[in-house]
Design a protein around this ligand. Structure first.
Ligand SMILES: *[C@@H]1O[C@H](CO)[C@@H](O)[C@H](O)[C@H]1NC(C)=O
Ligand SMILES: *[C@@H]1O[C@H](CO)[C@@H](O)[C@H](O)[C@H]1NC(C)=O
Ligand SMILES: *[C@@H]1O[C@H](CO)[C@@H](O)[C@H](O)[C@H]1NC(C)=O
Ligand SMILES: *[C@@H]1O[C@H](CO)[C@@H](O)[C@H](O)[C@H]1NC(C)=O
Ligand SMILES: *[C@@H]1O[C@H](CO)[C@@H](O)[C@H](O)[C@H]1NC(C)=O
Ligand SMILES: *[C@@H]1O[C@H](CO)[C@@H](O)[C@H](O)[C@H]1NC(C)=O
Length: 428
């Protein structure tokens, strides 16, 4: 990601108004609970850029508490200054950084002249809902990004400007939303509401339905007991980890055909419809740490499946993959099944159904009496060495590309000798 900052800087030098940081948002780096408890929703804006070229004193004005770099004349940096109030924002400012202060209130007065704001970062402050002047945000008709994560909000901020594209509200205490809170947010693509106090009742009026460009919705670490209703069909990333959701209604995902990634670990899922996840664009599915007992249909494009910490005793591969279509091979590459109740490894037929499968992580399994057991697992290797495959990919030679294509689509019927059982290996 290191190359991004210079690119941003170049654009800024030429006075072009571009927003580099949020284009490079990476879902994969978020909510990686294994590596870090804290979640990250943002690409980190590199603040180490050299501002300091001591040119003439700029004439456009800067709040005395803040820093307005000459190289970034439309940005004002007021972060990490123990500020208790928002300083007066000069008219020309477009990016306003106020994160890590002790601000409690957002008042109209501070922003009286600031009509060109495109981005406001007020994260890590002490802002309370009652101390936000009504309509203060709505009048920023150019605002694209608003950071209010890590504050003391109890209500969803309302009203908001219709121009808004990204709204970050994680780590607050939000428990209420107006029924029409999202109305008019036609350009909203990303909404982060993780780590709040949302209950089902707040979402029952299908409040998200009108955000027709919403691509990412984060509702992790709330108090939901059922799937949020009326999500827009534009959605590609849905995060619902660590709620108390126990079921998925029949055909729930039919209305979300674009879903690429679904994260539902740490819920209470038990019985879910067999074809719940029959979603043609789904690539990542995390339903670890639930109470699932049974396997379900695996859609063709799914690559990563997390099933750890469930109650699965047996996996019937035929259920996951009822038919093999040699023209449309399944894409599954990674399967995690540790901390279930499996008594034996999954049938080797799984490698025929999912020819791209590289590894199954069995880890430890729990027996009914509470002991843990290690499964001896089969390791399959293709006759053709995997390393050769990788080399071909790297060199990008036409032959390699051709082989790749064959694997994708036109591979003939399965030759059972394509795989051999190479060894039985103990895994941890
Ligand atoms: C806004 O502040 C957060 C800290 O809460 C920081 O991670 C993020 O990078 C900031 N965003 C920008 C664009 O500076
Ligand atoms: C707003 O702009 C006017 C005219 O430029 C200026 O006189 C006034 O001091 C500004 N107010 C604030 C709060 O910056
Ligand atoms: C939404 O985005 C489009 C395309 O960027 C823009 O033309 C339109 O003005 C935006 N709508 C609002 C309400 O800002
Ligand atoms: C889930 O949320 C609870 C609080 O509701 C918290 O104590 C727990 O640490 C969270 N677990 C994970 C894995 O995030
Ligand atoms: C999955 O959905 C497709 C249509 O999108 C349908 O043809 C197919 O029968 C479904 N498969 C299962 C197992 O439900
Ligand atoms: C696996 O599921 C298929 C389809 O439901 C069924 O016909 C078959 O008997 C099952 N196999 C085992 C070993 O349970």
């Amino acid at each position: 990601m290191g190359f991004l900052s210079p690119i941003c800087a170049i654009f800024f030098f030429f006075g072009v108004k571009v927003y580099c940081q949020y284009e490079f948002y990476q879902w994969d780096e978020d909510y990686d609970q294994d590596s870090d408890d804290d979640y990250q929703t943002e690409f980190q804006f590199r603040q180490s850029v050299e501002y300091g070229v001591p040119f003439h004193q700029y004439t456009l004005g800067c709040a005395s508490e803040c820093f307005c770099p000459t190289n970034f004349p439309t940005s004002m940096y007021c972060d990490n200054r123990k500020l208790k109030t928002i300083p007066n924002i000069p008219m020309h400012i477009q990016q306003l950084y106020l994160q890590f202060n002790e601000i409690e209130a957002v008042t109209t007065n501070s922003f009286i002249n600031a009509t060109y704001l495109k981005e406001i970062n007020l994260s890590h402050n002490k802002i309370k809902s009652q101390k936000i002047d009504y309509g203060v945000f709505a009048k920023f008709s150019n605002l694209l990004q608003l950071h209010l994560e890590h504050n003391d909000l109890e209500e969803f901020p309302f009203p908001l400007p219709k121009s808004l594209e990204r709204l970050l509200l994680g780590y607050n205490k939000i428990s209420t939303l107006q029924t029409n809170a999202m109305d008019g947010l036609v350009n909203l693509t990303m909404l982060d509401l993780c780590y709040n106090h949302l209950h089902d009742s707040v979402l029952k009026d299908k409040i998200f339905a009108k955000t027709e460009k919403l691509m990412q919705l984060n509702l992790c670490n709330n108090r939901l007991e059922s799937m949020p209703p009326g999500l827009p069909s534009s959605l590609m990333y849905l995060s619902l980890e660590n709620n108390s959701i126990s079921s998925i209604p029949e055909k729930y995902f039919d209305k979300l055909p674009k879903l690429h990634a679904l994260r539902m670990s740490y819920n209470k899922l038990q019985d879910i419809p067999y074809n719940s996840f029959n979603l043609s664009n789904l690539i990542e599915l995390n339903v670890g740490h639930n109470k699932l007992k049974q396997e379900f249909y695996i859609p063709r494009n799914l690559e990563h499946l997390y099933l750890e910490n469930n109650e699965i005793e047996k996996i019937n591969v035929t259920m996951m993959c009822p038919s093999i279509d040699p023209l449309h091979l399944h894409h599954l590459t990674y399967l995690r099944v540790d901390q279930n109740k499996l008594k034996e490894p999954i049938s080797s037929y799984i490698f025929f159904c999912f020819p791209h499968l590289r590894s199954i992580y069995y880890g430890e399994q729990r027996s009914t009496h509470g002991q843990t057991i290690q499964l001896k697992t089969q390791v399959f290797r293709r006759f053709q060495d995997d390393d050769d495959d990788d080399d071909n990919d790297d060199h990008d030679d036409p032959e390699g590309a051709h082989e790749g294509q064959e694997q994708e689509g036109a591979e003939g019927p399965f030759d059972p000798h394509y795989y051999e059982i190479q060894e039985w290996q103990e895994t941890i």
